[in-house]
Design a protein around this ligand. Structure first.
Ligand SMILES: CC(=O)SCCNC(=O)CCNC(=O)[C@H](O)C(C)(C)COP(=O)(O)OP(=O)(O)OC[C@H]1O[C@@H](n2cnc3c(N)ncnc32)[C@H](O)[C@@H]1OP(=O)(O)O
Length: 422
């Protein structure tokens, strides 16, 4: 069976905001509808029946189990447009693009949107098991006395809501804790981490000044630009920040780690025929993608290193080397994870330790995250994949030719890579 080419024909996001700032009182649906309607307006999709919309949020309330469909019905799309929720931690957005892309390739749909959202300011709290049990029992009691007895059974501390801690259930460590171990294991210096973070802010400030984002971001709820971008940062300022995860001997700080963030993004994908019928230029094609997992419970330094395997397998299938790309978009969860990944890809001995035949090749740093990365723009988990695909597609469209490489690591030891071609 012949497969169709998967075209990226549009992109939109709302400005990303550090938690408890511009979108402090907004939920996943508010942010996602805003990003989707921005996309719909820009590409004249009002009233259109698309093949499918897929996406997700990493953290949702119980009432949001069908978040994407609920959101689609609030947009200007034909409400008969089907939608589904996916979740794969920080790879949610890119995996949504793979899901929609594969359906287009197989001819099952002609068009679709891959999207992602994270309203971190509005994440749900959990309740203690003892409180939950008492409430359920109280509900079943017939008499007022029985109900009160059950409600008085939990201790005061059981009534306290349990906040999101972001720990890996298998290790009990947060991602920053794991990445501190990665930084020490691979001897990633504080200076190198701060330099990568500094470059990320510089690149993004330049991209804003050049108007690169003008047709890619729609203002939302009074916010016009990403509010994590720090034009006034400097290597000196970054060097002065205190370690965030290992207070004594750590090198990861608020400056070289992504902050918790609110935001949403959406990518419009289509077959070539649909793009032509709808008079939409093709920005780039998705040509390859690969997902991988990695062991990280015994080897805690590995948590965010699964893209090592995904890239190796993908490049073999594509018959390409890591050096064959015009642009590289590597998600900057933490500067240390980017630098460790690059070190392993670029070093024969380290690559072989992971079972690869040899190093994958060197990446020209001038081609890396040229419009800024997650350290500058910030990181609303499920929305990052869409942001990265949109940025790279536009870069390739502006260049008029070429190839781009994407790598996104995720919690639970997973990673996705992708190739875009013009
Ligand atoms: C695969 C994945 O993507 S995994 C997900 C990865 N991301 C995460 O897990 C999120 C990790 N991040 C965190 O846990 C938190 O953001 C932390 C712990 C790193 C920092 O939290 P906070 O201490 O609340 O950060 P906060 O924003 O207050 O910044 C601390 C200070 O650093 C300063 N700062 C932060 N970034 C910069 C910068 N680039 N330049 C200069 N100063 C900076 C702030 O201004 C602040 O200074 P102040 O104390 O004088 O106000």
């Amino acid at each position: 069976m012949e497969t169709k080419k998967v075209a990226i024909v549009g992109y939109n996001r709302i400005p990303f905001a550090r938690i408890n700032t511009a979108y402090a009182d907004k939920g996943n649906q508010d942010l996602l509808v805003s990003a989707l309607n921005g996309l719909i307006n820009r590409y004249n999709l009002k009233g259109k029946l698309l093949g499918e919309v897929a996406g997700g949020a990493v953290i949702k309330h119980i009432s949001e189990s069908n978040l994407i469909r609920e959101s689609v019905m609030e947009t200007f799309l034909d409400p008969a447009t089907p939608a589904c929720d996916l979740q794969q931690a920080c790879d949610t957005g890119i995996e949504a693009a793979v899901y929609i892309g594969n359906k287009i390739a197989l001819g099952q749909i002609e068009s679709g949107i891959a999207c992602g959202v994270e309203a971190m300011s509005n994440i749900p709290f959990e309740s203690s098991p003892r409180l939950r049990k008492a409430l359920l029992k109280a509900n079943k009691e017939k008499s007022a006395f029985g109900k009160i007895k059950q409600l008085l059974s939990p201790k005061l501390k059981d009534w306290m809501p349990i906040p999101y801690k972001g720990q890996e259930p298998k290790t009990g460590l947060v991602m920053g804790g794991h990445t501190e171990i990665t930084a020490k294991y691979y001897e990633i210096s504080r200076e190198d981490q701060d330099e990568l973070a500094f470059k990320s802010h510089q690149n993004m400030a330049k991209a804003y000044d050049e108007g690169f984002f003008n047709d890619m971001i729609t203002p939302a709820f009074g916010l016009n630009t990403d509010n994590n971008l720090r034009r006034d940062t400097s290597l000196e300022k970054l060097a002065s920040l205190k370690p965030a995860f290992d207070k004594q001997n750590g090198t990861l700080t608020a400056g070289n780690s992504t902050p918790f963030t609110d935001g949403a993004s959406a990518v419009l994908l289509a077959s070539e025929e649909w793009a032509k019928e709808n008079n939409l230029p093709i920005l780039a094609y998705i040509t390859f993608s690969e997902v991988a997992g990695i062991e990280y419970v015994e080897n805690k330094q590995n948590l965010l290193l699964a893209p090592i395997f995904a890239a190796d397998r993908m490049l073999k299938k594509a018959g390409m080397s890591l050096e064959d790309f015009d642009y590289y978009e590597i998600h900057e969860a933490f500067a240390a994870q980017v630098l460790a990944t690059l070190k392993i890809w670029e070093n024969d001995d380290l690559a072989k330790k992971f079972g690869l035949e040899k190093a994958l090749g060197k990446i020209d740093r001038n081609k890396l995250n040229v419009k800024g990365g997650s350290l500058a723009v910030a990181h609303p988990f499920a929305a990052t994949g869409g942001r990265i695909i949109g940025t790279l597609a536009k870069l390739l469209h502006e260049k008029g030719s070429g190839k781009g490489f994407i790598s996104i690591c995720a919690a639970r030891g997973q990673g996705v890579t992708m190739i875009l071609e013009k």
